[in-house]
Design a protein around this ligand. Structure first.
Ligand SMILES: [Zn+2]
Length: 116
């Protein structure tokens, strides 16, 4: 059982939450000036790193509020949760958590998607 700490309600079972994908995706300021290709990339293309990832979650079977989480996709460990209006935590705060469960190093193991 994975527990997720809603910043409004506290720890709850993962089944109460729904992932909203990558966090901090900024909407283009002038969408009318974008090409179809650029607009398509904004709408559909998301990062999918192995390692630290900033995600949006909603407590869909609870308070129904959105929040952000920092999750290590290698270990499925949620490292921090924060409200949408709070400052994004710095990547360097979590660099020491990048080892995989097998102890695989984050560099030199085909883990090229991990970046700051
Ligand atoms: Zn909640």
């Amino acid at each position: 059982m994975i527990l997720i700490k809603c910043p409004y309600c506290g720890e709850r079972d993962q089944s109460e939450f729904t992932s909203g994908g990558e966090a901090h995706v900024v909407r283009p300021k002038n969408p009318d000036s974008l090409s179809d290709k650029d607009w398509g990339e904004y709408v559909f293309y998301r990062n999918n790193p192995k390692g630290i990832f900033y995600e949006r979650w909603v407590h869909s079977h609870g308070c129904k509020k959105w929040f952000n989480a920092v999750r290590n996709t290698s270990t499925d460990q949620i490292l921090k949760v924060y409200k949408v209006n709070e400052k994004r935590p710095d990547f360097s705060d979590f660099e020491n958590t990048l080892k995989s469960p097998s102890g695989e190093p984050s560099v030199g193991s085909g883990n090229f998607a991990v970046k700051k």
